[in-house]
Design a protein around this ligand. Sequence first.
Ligand code: 5GP
Ligand code: ZN
Length: 138
Amino acid sequence: MTDANCIFCRIARGEIPCAKVYEDEYVLAFLDLAPVHPGHTLVIPKTHHKDMLEIPAGLGSAVFAAIQKVAAAVLEATGAQGFNVMQNNRLAAGQTVFHIHWHIIPRFEGDGLEMWAQGKYADGAAMQQMAAKVAACL
Ligand code: 5GP
Ligand code: ZN
């Protein structure tokens, strides 16, 4: 499960260098080339899957364990007080590399980074309606 032209597959195969921080049988973690803050790390499965709808659920535990390990190390190495785990799915959500990856972004108190705009529902009924609509698609 590798893609000849995918940049992250090429990194996983060792064809393109990366600043590696962690590797195991299933997962690789390396620094993002364009960090939000230094220490911003990407965790990827070594196999090629585009996004959350395509990755086998069974890989989740390996990814989860790697995120925990790497995030703890990023906190210690950077002195950050917190971190965000972000994962973009598809172009509309800001995904630019179509090999699934999780961003571990170290955060510092008062760093001013605003990731979420404030949205809201018209009222409680509108919120319940949306929940029902999503549930009906499961
Ligand atoms: P996305 O926008 O798809 O969630 O995130 C892709 C991330 O991959 C971006 O933050 C970008 O800086 C990073 N990136 C893209 N190409 C490379 C690369 O060749 N090496 C590294 N280390 N990071 C990359
Ligand atoms: Zn790939």
